[in-house]
Ligand binder design. Structure first.
Ligand code: PLP
Length: 265
């Protein structure tokens, strides 16, 4: 028996501590799961529970996993999308993502002054929202949609809007984290701070483990058993994650990715 979710093991605790240590100070609790989709689903559930509201604003082109909740906040029909699987969760509002290379508004950044963001505030939310927004969820760059990188300014505006709406900002870094963008976490490029952070993939370099990192005020609303996963935080995968994170740090792999990224660009 390598795991019993109800009983923490030394490695699970060490990993939770490590994750809290390497993420911003406001993120002070870690919950270990198995897949990326589990973390985005958990983040949506937790935002609804914490805020008492139900709307989740997600973005065109977004990919957050293949389970029903995760598909519901996905913004793609084709490919790894939603076509044929509906209907999905109610209360999801999809908004345009900044796609500067093929701007759907036919504008050019920065002259556009992030018009696509104003469109969300002036059109999408007034037409779609009941003012019951629990969370905004986005990737730091959209992976599945073609590696689309939003302007820093857009991300800052999103963070501010989430605050104004008393909604949580969920950043899904299942793909972008652990050095892939040349920073340990993709959100570091934007000077933003998520309330909930979804991690996966590179956290172990492919042994199945994922994590939801969040603020204690939010995470503490969970009661025992309300979020759980049979294999989540098992000692084997937790130990692999710990070693993996140590290797990334000790071998300076984030800086290596940053330099390699420059060459590719
Ligand atoms: C941004 C993002 N979120 C969530 C997921 C889902 O992760 P998993 O396949 O581990 O459920 C992925 C996987 O590709 C992803 O890229």
């Amino acid at each position: 028996m390598i795991n019993c979710y109800d009983f923490p093991t030394e490695y699970r605790l060490q990993l939770a501590r490590k994750l809290v240590e390497i993420t911003p100070p406001n993120l002070d609790k870690a919950f270990l799961l198995t897949t990326g989709a589990e973390t985005t689903e958990a983040a949506v559930k937790l935002s609804r529970l914490y805020t008492g509201k139900y709307e989740i604003v997600a973005f065109y082109g977004a990919f957050h996993g293949r389970t029903y909740g995760a598909l519901s906040i996905g913004g793609k029909k084709s490919g790894a999308g939603t076509r044929g699987f509906g209907p999905f969760l109610p209360g999801i509002i999809l908004a345009p993502f900044p796609y500067c290379y093929r701007c759907p508004f036919d504008r050019t950044y920065p002259a556009c002054k992030t018009y696509c963001f104003d469109f969300i505030v002036d059109w999408v939310l007034p037409c779609e929202s009941e003012n019951r927004i629990a969370a905004f969820i986005t990737e730091t760059y959209q992976g599945g949609a073609g590696s689309i990188i939003p302007p820093r300014e857009w991300m800052k505006k999103l963070e501010k809007l989430a605050g104004e709406k008393e909604a949580l900002l969920i950043i899904d870094e299942v793909q972008a984290s652990f050095g892939r963008t040349g920073r340990l976490f993709g959100f570091e490029h934007y000077g933003i701070t998520p309330n909930l952070l979804c991690l996966g993939k590179g956290i172990t370099s492919s042994v199945p483990l994922s994590a939801l990192i969040g603020e204690a005020r939010i995470m503490d609303i969970l009661t025992p058993g309300s979020l759980s996963s049979t294999h989540g935080g098992n000692p084997f995968c937790s130990r692999v994650a710990l070693e993996n994170i140590n290797i990334i740090m000790e071998e300076n792999l984030v800086e290596n990715a940053r330099q390699g990224g420059g060459v590719f660009r």
